[in-house]
Design a protein around this ligand. Structure first.
Ligand code: ATP
Ligand code: MG
Length: 723
């Protein structure tokens, strides 16, 4: 591809941004305006036209999937491999740095990544050791405290408690937790970032090397960077290299995790000569969807102000559906998905979005009932499932015996007669010797410090790990995995369980073997660390990339995910379920300053994912937090101008005024039919019109028949009559 073709498919504003010669460039623009596209084309431009080596490009994306796509696009455009480029999330790039410089970063060579669940487990353990009562001091709160401090770049020594009892207690936990991670060689997600920052801050020669290497730094979704991420980027910039950031203040949705919209202003202050580029044309959504998104976000007050237009067509109205309860909501969504697919579309063009992970179960049930293939993106992800984590814990212990979190996880899984009491003894020993659980357990076995039965069981466990390690050292990764699943007794354990869940667990274990078989270490092992074993690479990949198993990725499946994980993505058909006050906007946000505005940005993100058609659904009755609730419709629906919506109602069980502002639009339908009208059909009997499309000979209606259920009919042929 030559220079012209890199920019010919862009509008003028995009072209200008792609080719800008400036040292610092800020692209500030609304959803679907081509920010990510500009980033991709800019990389291609740099390599092709400015003759920059891919080796000197660092690009930060929001997800690992986005990184892969970006690399693929760039390589397609350049018609050459661009592997020398560093491209990934902040976390994966930090991880790569730490592997390459583990000594300077103060980490053991085999350090492992601790995910949120395991982190909580370690925190619980240290809190127990500090004799802090779970009820008085919820471990989740401590986890939140520690993570928030790390997001801000603060070590326990940097924090002053000023006599505040809460802070001083949390500091004790933070200290003890750091100690525990150190002995075990564990690094949590936030630690990856903080360590990578400290690595550069404390080692000027390493920093200098990367400053010279990375002449171009590009960051997508900049509005959601936190303090430590920005500080890290800032360190990397010297007076020579060039930086491009793209973002949208209206899509900042990770404030609760420490993201700072202010980083955008900070960037302008730090780079006073930066060129600001604005893109205003949206290429993603229909005019109707775009108008709705613009109307909702206009309710926010603190905005940098942007306008967004499209020359696309109006498209379908946004469909609002009030379900009787959450099951019925899920059934409605599943039925619409079937319709859509019957019209010749793919499952993978559909996304079902929700505010809270807990909503997924019922939606999943509805998909399963109708045999609709689906994939959960985020949430309880493949690599987070219990049996997968158990297997990974064995594999992790094989590479790093000091990994306490993994030791705890599998020392008695499957059960081998090591009760809490014996494990407590090991914990106490480890504490007093200041070593890992593994070392303490070995000592206790040798010195006979455990009760006889526990001692035998522990010896068996230690032997098992050593044996698995030495006997599989020469095998391929997938064979290693298979051996571990068999010989650890994990397969036996799930095989003995009954029911559908057990079957799913078994399949998951088999799927893990598939995943290791398809895993290509060459794609992941960075050039700086050629000695990394495929196993270490795979474990890191599993921790960083939870959610993507290769096998699931290419399947034609409906994508289900939280609104948060949908950022940056787009789908022809989008459902947002649970459009209810207290669920969305979330209850918790209502009590926090700025909380509601962040929820509204999340609504903006959700709406702008849709390209052609958007459904917003809510339930009039929902079991939430263990009790029955009667929620009201989300204010975000009321903020959409009514002429952009059409309402569908299948039931009349709960009567309540739905719209606070104006009554829902009940447009007159084709040929004198209207929504909600009772009709009869010679074959299907009586039913109610719930939707219609088009007019004239093309007009079709959707009817919910008493006996036959939902049918879509062409009016011209249907012989429908008012009943
Ligand atoms: P978000 O804020 O949601 O991340 P974005 O600003 O990054 O959105 P992109 O994802 O880059 O937007 O682009 C949105 C869609 O519009 C994509 O399908 C992209 O290919 C398309 N698009 C962008 N610019 C153009 C253009 N000039 N011509 C045709 N299609 C375009
Ligand atoms: Mg984008």
């Amino acid at each position: 591809m030559d220079a012209t073709s890199i920019i010919e498919s862009l509008n003028d504003a995009q072209k200008e941004a792609v080719t800008a010669p400036n040292k610092a460039l800020l692209v500030l623009a609304g959803a679907g305006s081509g920010k990510t596209r500009v980033l991709v084309h800019r990389i291609a431009w740099l390599v092709k036209v400015e003759q920059v080596s891919p080796h000197s490009i660092l690009a930060v994306t929001f997800t690992n999937k986005a990184a892969k796509e970006m690399l693929g696009r760039v390589e397609d455009m350049l018609a050459m491999p661009a592997r020398g480029m560093w491209i990934g999330t902040f976390h994966s790039i930090a991880h790569r740095l730490l592997r390459a410089h583990y000594r300077d970063a103060g980490l053991p060579e085999g350090f492992q990544i601790l995910d949120a669940q395991d982190q909580l487990r370690v925190i619980k353990r240290v809190m127990k050791e500090l004799n802090l009562d779970d009820n008085e001091w919820p471990p989740k709160q401590a986890q939140w405290f520690i993570n928030a401090k790390k997001d801000d770049g603060l070590r326990p020594g940097d924090i002053h408690h000023h006599g505040d009892f809460f802070v001083s207690t949390m500091l004790k936990v933070y200290y003890a937790y750091e100690e525990a991670c150190k002995t075990a060689g564990l690094v949590d997600f936030n630690e990856l970032l903080l360590r990578a920052y400290e690595l550069w801050a404390k080692n000027p020669h390493i920093l200098k090397h990367y400053q010279e290497r990375f002449q171009h730094i590009l960051v997508d979704e900049f509005q959601d960077t936190n303090a430590i991420q920005y500080a890290w980027i800032r360190l990397l910039c010297n007076d020579k290299n060039r930086i491009t950031i793209v973002g949208d203040d209206d899509q900042s949705i990770y404030g609760w995790r420490g993201a700072k919209i202010e980083n955008i202003q900070q960037f302008e202050n730090d780079f006073p000569d930066c060129k600001i580029s604005r893109l205003e044309q949206n290429y993603r959504s229909t005019a109707t969807i775009l108008k709705a998104a613009n109307a909702v976000i206009a309710y926010n007050s603190e905005r940098m102000g942007k306008s967004l237009w499209t020359d696309g067509n109006e498209g379908e109205p946004i469909t609002i559906y009030a379900a009787f309860n959450e099951q019925e909501e899920a059934r409605f969504i599943a039925a619409r998905i079937e319709d859509w697919v019957q019209q010749g579309n793919n499952h993978s063009e559909i996304a079902v979005l929700y505010r809270s992970n807990a909503q997924s179960r019922i939606l999943e049930d509805a998909m399963l009932n109708r045999n609709i293939p689906y994939r959960i993106y985020g949430g309880l992800r493949f690599f987070e499932r219990a049996e997968i984590k158990d297997t990974l814990a064995y594999l992790r212990l094989m590479t790093n015996r000091d990994d306490d979190a993994s030791f705890e996880r599998v020392v008695n899984t499957p059960a081998r007669g090591l009760g809490e009491k014996s494990v407590d003894l090991v914990r106490a020993q480890a504490r007093s010797d200041e070593t890992s659980l593994w070392k303490a357990a070995n000592k206790m076995v040798v010195e006979q410090l455990l009760p006889p039965r526990a001692r035998t069981a522990m010896a068996t466990f230690l032997h098992l790990i050593n044996e698995l390690d030495s006997s599989t050292a020469e095998l391929d990764l997938w064979e290693q995995t298979e051996v571990v699943i068999e010989h650890s007794g994990l397969m036996d354990k799930v095989s003995k369980e009954k029911g559908e869940k057990a079957q799913a667990r078994k399949e998951n274990l088999q799927e893990l073997v598939n995943a290791t078989r398809e895993f290509d270490p060459d794609e992941v092992i960075p050039e700086e660390t050629p000695d990394m074993t495929p196993l270490t690479a795979f474990i890191a990949h599993a921790s960083l990339e939870a959610g993507d198993t290769q096998a699931e990725e290419y399947q034609d499946a409906v994508q289900m995910m939280t609104l948060h994980s949908a950022k940056g993505l787009e789908f022809p058909l989008v459902f947002i379920a649970g459009m209810e006050e207290k669920l969305f906007p979330h209850q918790m946000s209502l009590d926090e300053p700025g909380g509601l505005e962040e929820e509204r940005r999340l609504a903006y993100v959700g709406i702008t994912r849709a390209m052609k058609q958007l459904y917003l659904t809510y339930a009039e009755k929902r079991r939430m937090w263990g009790r029955e609730t009667y929620p009201t419709v989300s204010r975000f629906i009321n903020e959409i101008p009514s002429e952009l919506m059409t309402e569908v109602r299948l039931n009349t069980q709960v009567q309540r005024p739905v719209f606070q502002k104006e009554s829902p639009i009940r447009k007159k339908g084709p040929d004198g039919f209207h929504l909600g009208q009772l009709v009869s059909h010679p074959k299907f009997g009586k039913g109610i019109i719930i939707n219609y499309e088009g007019d004239g000979p093309q007009a079709s209606v959707q009817v919910n028949f008493e006996k036959e259920g939902l049918k879509k009919l062409m009016l011209a042929y249907a012989k429908l009559e008012p009943a």
